[in-house]
Design a protein around this ligand. Structure first.
Ligand SMILES: [Fe+2]
Length: 152
């Protein structure tokens, strides 16, 4: 019975690596996960100039948290809606929703309700934000992504 301490939220490393594909190094099977985001490579998405660092994803619900980077001049080209609520907290840059004339800057918190049509967008400067979806990102793969992985 000695040292029989159990962690109720232990996460196997193979599950963690499935959720965070770019996870660097070897992580032990632990309950708490601390990521040094500076050591995770930006993954280019199939829209040129758009990158992500996936931090957490629930494969069952489609919910996720990621860091997103748009190069200056890059944006989402078309109006669209998401299949869940979308939340963004801007860390740096300047990012505009051109149809609604909303400009996000460092410190902006943006909430886009499920099903709300929005966009197009343009990064007026290189922009980095933390993004959270509480479910699947899109009802179907948007036409600006050629890689299915980029739409969730
Ligand atoms: Fe969107």
């Amino acid at each position: 019975m000695a040292n029989e301490k159990k962690n109720p939220v232990q996460m196997p490393i193979d599950v963690l690596k499935h959720m965070v594909p770019n996870l660097p190094g070897d992580y032990p099977d632990i309950g708490e996960v601390l990521l040094d985001t500076d050591t995770i490579d930006w993954r280019p998405k199939s829209l040129e100039g758009l990158y992500e660092k996936m931090l957490w994803r629930d494969p069952d619900s489609g919910a996720s948290m990621a860091l997103i980077k748009f190069e200056k001049g890059v944006g989402i080209p078309s109006p669209h809606a998401h299949a869940s609520n979308q939340f963004m907290f801007v860390l740096s840059g300047k990012y505009t929703y051109t149809a609604s004339n909303l400009t996000l800057v460092a410190g902006s918190f943006y909430w886009n309700p499920k099903g709300q049509v929005h966009g197009p967008t343009i990064a007026e400067e290189e922009t980095i934000f933390f993004e959270l979806y509480d479910g699947p990102h899109y009802p179907k793969q948007p036409d600006w992504y050629s890689d299915e992985q980029d739409s969730h």
